[in-house]
Design a protein around this ligand. Structure first.
Ligand SMILES: C[S@@+](CC[C@H](N)C(=O)[O-])C[C@H]1O[C@@H](n2cnc3c(N)ncnc32)[C@H](O)[C@@H]1O
Length: 831
């Protein structure tokens, strides 16, 4: 505290100190003491007057007073140099040391704990740029070394101060100030360097640096950085400077790294449907949108997506639950790596498969949709599962809604989220596939592509290539072909569910077979696992796999529940005829296909194929027979119901003879008479196709042909179309094929015959079907095949025959029905 006695007082220090007078009268002390009444170090660096003056303000005041009052008193001593102890000019003015001691001074900063009391040693060590120690030594140091530009104020303080302790305190204060301005310090340093770069002398001092700082304050950080990276040829560098500059440069370079702006390329609405036509490019879509916007009013647009949904007339799309898009809620999307999966993006025909496909490829499809239809639900191509293209559809691509594979191709050009599926690892079913976006009901999701192989090739692979494998990715595809997706698309990982959300459907695209996974009628939400019903046929009990789909109605096993006794009990003839009956019912419109949704595409569902090398052809045939038998039973039940219905109607009419239909009577009669447009025939003719002996191959065909033609003529007549004489002639049945009079039976006989329907009679529908040429052709084709199959059945024995017949039926229809008459089996055996 001794040092403080001589210190000047500033306003700041006055405010921050409380002085408690003790024994001395204040007046005396004010006027008779040379020492100031308040004695504190400068607390403000702005108080330069106080700091720089050798004498205190109070001393100066007293001196003036004394000069006025005692002009003759000569000064006894000149002010001593700072290094020597000051000689008091008057004893009376300088209070005794003891009296000065008696004045207690409190520093509020100290009391408040805000004063800085850092050990000097520490400061010297860690803050080299701050002055420490007795002022003299500091001064000496300063005169020896060139002034540092960073602490100009401090430098002056230290030069002018005599008191070591005061210097120490000043140092502390400066340090505090420095700490406060530390954030700005780097910037200043950099500005100084910049000024050097542009040729300004570094030693131009604080003013220059501040000017420069101000000037460059508005510079962008990046610009500054690039400037500072330039070499400064004018600047002579000492080794220390170079070191410092080097360090600074490295620091800067770290800072400088151009920060690349990160753009979010996926957002809240990813995967949500937007007004985007996948067949067009981005720019085409934009152009289309612009064009459509021209006519728009000025009303604010509806809320994106939600508005569209809310106004959607279809309840199922309007009230779909909202879920956050997958990339928003999914914590850590990670890519699952699957060993041994060779990706193929499109089908590849292997070996004879291509030739086989071309040879068997006979059918084609054509649609006549108008732009208003837009190839919607009624599109013929769509129903037949043919993709429209320029060869079979008149509409331009952007007006046609039946080009799913083209849409998929467009989507695959986008990003992963656009494509929309990824592999996931399930808990208990190996890998699976999950949606990364939403899919509309029946929208194409992913193609099941791989190598298309023949059955022979499949068997070879099973025996030789996949002998040791546990997993097979084989999908029955066409009558004689299999898709082996061991090398294939991601679709091979789609798992089975008894309550699936997707369907695997076969399509024909530009004349080529393609298979793809389509969303089910509920659509798919982001994050859902994709599943379809394998209808897995394990062929043998040892291959039965437990199903872990977790659905409420889970069947417990992959594939249909085994419920029927062994096949040996099957009566070959019964099966044959039941199968025949089924086929004809399908052709005549009462089959299962016509019962399914009329407007939905013909579903040629994909069935997993399990080609077990141990299976013989006979086993295949037996398996097919089971399926055929089940179907036949269903058909028989339906036929029985129809028969009962007919009986009831006859009973009600009280007819004595059997009338199959008046239409049919007319058809039969028309063959022998002139055509009468008005077909209100009163004569009732009975047609019984029951024969005591099975027809010769070809005979059945003829009967059917003539009957069908007659039916067609009848339908035309009903519509008022005049008869075609040529056709009329054609419709004349072969005499020997027509039922003879002797074959006309009474009602009771007919009833009896009806009872035998299931065995060997043809079941014709009662409805007034309208036959067109296409149907006729199909039916003829079917009849031909049927005859051939029947003949082969006789040769080969029942089991194999049933397989062949089922296959023929499937071929004739161009269908591959799930679980019926086709080979199947997906393949992953976990034995
Ligand atoms: C074509 S693979 C599907 C992908 C397969 N999970 C994988 O990891 O490669 C078919 C096999 O997956 C398994 N799997 C599929 N769905 C299943 C289900 N619902 N329950 C149990 N296993 C299933 C069976 O082992 C089946 O043989």
């Amino acid at each position: 505290m001794a040092g403080r006695n001589t210190s000047p007082t500033s306003i700041a220090s006055t405010l921050s100190n409380i002085t408690v007078p003790t024994n001395q009268p204040s007046e005396a002390r004010s006027f008779h003491s040379a020492s100031p009444p308040m004695s504190t170090p400068p607390t403000s660096l702005g108080d330069e007057t106080s700091i720089l003056s050798d004498t205190t303000k109070m001393d100066q005041m007293l001196q003036v007073q004394e000069e006025v009052s005692t002009p003759h008193v000569p000064p006894q001593a000149q002010p001593a140099p700072p290094s020597t102890p000051a000689v008091p000019s008057s004893e009376s003015r300088r209070p005794a040391r003891s009296s000065r001691k008696s004045v207690t001074t409190y520093n509020v900063q100290i009391l408040a704990g805000t004063a800085i009391h850092t050990p000097t040693k520490y400061l010297q060590k860690h803050h080299g740029n701050v002055l420490h120690g007795p002022i003299n030594s500091v001064r000496q140091k300063h005169t020896a070394t060139p002034p540092k530009k960073r602490t100009p104020r401090l430098k002056r303080e230290s030069v002018d101060s005599d008191d070591a302790a005061e210097a120490q305190l000043a140092t502390e204060a400066a340090q505090a100030a420095q700490r406060r301005t530390s954030a700005r310090f780097d910037l200043r340093k950099e500005v100084l360097r910049n000024s050097t770069v542009v040729g300004e002398p570094e030693s131009s001092g604080r003013d220059t640096s501040q000017t420069t700082l101000r000037r460059s304050a508005s510079d962008s950080r990046l610009g500054r950085s690039s400037q500072s990276r330039l070499p400064s040829p004018k600047r002579p560098r000492t080794s220390k400077d170079a070191e410092l500059a080097g360090a600074a440069d490295t620091e800067e370079e770290e800072d400088i790294k151009p920060k690349k702006k990160q753009w979010m390329n996926q957002g809240l609405y990813v995967g949500q449907d937007r007004d985007f036509d996948a067949r067009l490019s981005e720019s085409q879509n934009r152009a289309k949108k612009r064009a459509s916007k021209k006519g728009e009013g000025t009303v604010l647009p509806l809320p994106m997506f939600a508005g569209e949904r809310m106004l959607d007339a279809e309840v199922k799309t309007a009230f779909r639950n909202f879920r956050l898009p997958f990339d928003t809620y999914h914590p850590l999307p990670r890519k699952v790596k699957v060993d041994g999966w060779v990706k193929l993006h499109k089908n590849r025909f292997i070996g004879e498969a291509s030739a086989l496909w071309k040879r068997d490829k006979q059918d084609s499809s054509q649609c006549y949709c108008t732009p208003e239809d837009g190839c919607g639900e009624a599109c013929h191509n769509r129903i037949m599962a043919y993709e429209c293209d320029s060869t079979n559809c008149r509409l331009p691509a952007d007006e046609c809604g039946n080009r799913p594979f083209a849409q998929l191709k467009q989507r695959s050009k986008g990003n992963g989220y656009d494509y929309g599926v990824e592999v996931l690892e399930t808990e208990d079913r190996g890998f699976g596939v999950r949606a990364m976006r939403t899919f509309e009901p029946h929208q194409i999701i992913v193609e099941y592509a791989g190598e298309i192989i023949t059955q022979n090739e499949c068997e070879r692979r099973m025996k030789q290539v996949y002998k040791k494998d546990k997993c097979y990715y084989l999908m029955s595809f066409d009558n004689k072909m299999i898709i082996d997706a061991t090398r294939g698309t991601i679709a091979r990982f789609v798992n089975h569910s008894c309550e699936p959300n997707c369907e695997m459907i076969k399509w024909t695209v530009s004349g080529e077979p393609r298979m793809a996974l389509f969303a089910g009628s509920r659509g798919i939400m982001t994050g859902d696992e994709l599943t379809y019903d394998y209808n897995f046929d394990p062929f043998s009990s040892k291959n039965i796999q437990e199903c872990r789909c977790g659905a409420k109605n889970c069947r417990g096993v992959l594939g249909p529940k085994p419920k029927k006794p062994p096949l040996q009990e099957e009566k070959p003839t019964t099966s044959l005829l039941a199968g025949a009956k089924r086929k004809f019912q399908e052709v005549f419109g009462s089959g299962k296909r016509s019962e399914s949704a009329p407007n939905s595409p013909k579903k040629r569902k994909g069935v997993p194929y399990m080609a077990n090398s141990a299976l013989t052809k006979l086993q295949n045939a037996q398996a097919e027979t089971t399926a055929v038998r089940q179907k036949a039973e269903q058909e028989a039940a339906r036929a029985a119901a129809q028969k009962n219905d007919r009986k009831n109607r006859l009973m009600q009419r009280g007819a004595s003879t059997v009338t199959i239909t008046s239409r049919r009577s007319a058809v039969v009669r028309r063959g022998t008479r002139a055509y009468t447009p008005n077909l209100t025939s009163t004569r009732k003719t009975t047609v019984n196709l029951k024969r005591s002996a099975p027809p010769k191959p070809g005979a059945l065909k003829s009967i059917k042909k003539s009957l069908l033609k007659r039916a067609s003529a009848s339908a035309s007549a009903k519509r008022g179309i005049p008869p075609n004489p040529k056709r009329e002639a054609d419709t004349t049945p072969d005499r020997d094929m027509l039922p003879s009079d002797s074959e006309q039976v009474s009602a009771s006989d007919a009833d009896d015959d009806d009872d035998d329907d299931d065995d060997d009679s043809m079941a014709f529908p009662d409805s007034d079907d309208e036959y067109n040429d296409e149907q006729q052709e199909r039916e003829q084709e079917l009849a031909r095949e049927f005859a051939a199959v029947k003949a082969s059945a006789k040769k080969r024995g029942a089991g194999a025959a049933m397989g062949a017949m089922a296959a023929a039926a499937a071929a004739a229809r161009g269908l591959q029905k799930t679980g019926a008459g086709v080979k199947k089996g997906f393949a992953r055996f976990r034995r």
